[in-house]
Design a protein. Structure first.
Length: 428
């Protein structure tokens, strides 16, 4: 007799997935709060303390240097901890961090070093949160829904990044930049509550049966070797580091540039940043369709072209037509970058073995995001000596070079990205 197995029911759509809905809502609120802070923190430094290019670079560096300092050990720790628990603790710590700024402002003890420390502490929380994030997405979204899940998450993040700068500018006018930072503190609390309400098993990840527990150093080396020996992951890691150096370098000076050289007020700065960020929403919306139409590998090549050269429009910012060109450049860059992130993020989450997810994320991000504090310091120094516009132009050019390197990538000639089972085999 031939045994017949019952057909496996397809997973429910994401719209009816309670756990995914909570993750999506909490992350969206948190990103909205952070997007307001991307305007409020530099505005507070410029308007409240008359900070120059050096301090603007230092604030950017403080936010990203935790990836260099703790990225590798954080990945090794997080791989052995429940993802949801790590993310809740990170949210609560970030809420306390940003709540300290308006309190210090009210007590008249707020200083620029305090802002830098707040940016650094939030960066530490971000390292742990982002290390655990892909593992939690795996738990709440089935494998075959990874790309739509990432598209929805990235799309919502991008939408909040559109609204956030405008909200930040309005808050700065209504209750001061320091008071507006309470919004970010509350947003982290909302995210923590949503994550806490997920209905998931919260047992600690266990090592394979019969395996000796590896030391922290061994686990770090495994993560580094995994990236180093995979030519596609290795390429994406280097490309991301170079691209982020350029993007972060000019982003560190954008608020100062818009205030001092384009002569915009707080509301105008928020509006420009919001319209420029709209590209992220477009990118997340088109990512899955472009990937299906062209194939994931070809789509990444096309999206890198879209994300690169338009960055050269950003340093053209000036009252009138120059401002239009600048916003158009920001819009196109955001579209290409976010759409590429959706395609890459979904592919990584299918490609990388579950026990390596956090270590792979943090190892790659040590390079991808570890260049950001260096970019902040470099942009601050160059902006103080060369001027804001030339520095933004140099940083934009670096990003363009990174994007164009896709033409010499391991993906050249492929239609689709390889899957985990075929790692190292050319996909057709």
């Amino acid at each position: 007799m031939t045994a017949h197995t019952a057909p496996v029911a397809p997973p429910p759509p994401l719209a009816r997935n309670r756990n995914f809905g909570l993750l999506w809502f909490g992350e969206g609120v948190s990103v909205l709060g952070n997007a307001t802070t991307s305007v409020l923190l530099p505005l507070l430094a410029v308007v409240g303390f008359d900070a120059g290019a050096g301090w603007m670079g230092a604030l950017t560096a403080a936010a990203w240097v935790p990836w260099l300092l703790i990225g590798l050990p954080a990945g090794a720790w997080v791989d052995r901890l429940p993802a949801r628990r790590v993310m809740v603790v990170s949210d609560l710590a970030a809420a306390l961090t940003f709540a300290s700024v308006p309190v210090a402002w009210l007590l008249d003890v707020l200083t620029l070093p305090h802002l830098a420390v707040a940016a650094f502490c939030n960066g530490v929380c971000t390292v742990f949160f982002r290390a655990a994030y892909p593992a939690l997405v795996r738990q709440v979204a089935p494998r075959e829904q990874q790309e739509p899940a990432f598209a929805l998450l990235f799309g919502t993040e991008s939408a909040m990044q559109v609204a956030g700068p405008g909200v930040g500018g309005l808050l700065a006018q209504a209750v001061s930049a320091a008071g507006g930072l309470l919004v970010d503190a509350v947003s982290f609390l909302v995210s923590a509550v949503c994550l806490w309400r997920l209905k998931l098993p919260d047992a600690d990840p266990q090592p394979a049966e019969g395996a000796e527990p590896a030391s922290l150093g061994q686990r770090i080396r495994e993560g580094v070797d995994y990236i180093r020996h995979d030519r596609i992951l290795r390429f994406f890691t280097v490309l991301g580091g170079l691209s982020n150096f350029g993007l972060t370098g000019y982003a560190a000076l954008l608020v100062l540039f818009l205030v001092r050289e384009v002569h915009l007020g707080s509301g105008g700065v928020g509006l420009v940043m919001a319209v420029g960020s709209l590209g992220g929403v477009i990118g997340a919306t088109i990512a899955t369709r472009v990937s299906q139409w062209l194939g994931s590998a070809r789509a990444l090549l096309a999206l890198q072209v879209l994300a690169g050269p338009p960055a050269l429009l950003v340093p053209l910012g000036a009252p009138g037509g120059g401002l239009v060109a600048m916003v158009a450049g920001m819009l196109l860059v955001g579209t290409g970058v976010v759409a590429g992130n959706v395609v890459r993020g979904a592919w990584r989450n299918r490609y990388v073995p579950e026990h390596m997810v956090a270590r792979q994320v943090t190892t790659a991000q040590v390079v991808n995001l570890g260049t950001m504090p260096l970019a902040g310091i470099a942009a601050g120094a160059m902006g103080s000596t060369l001027g804001l516009r030339p520095t933004i132009a140099v940083m934009a050019a670096i990003h363009v070079v990174a994007c164009m390197s896709m033409f010499w990538s391991p993906l050249r000639g492929l239609r689709d990205m390889p899957v985990a089972a075929d790692a190292g085999v050319s996909a057709r």
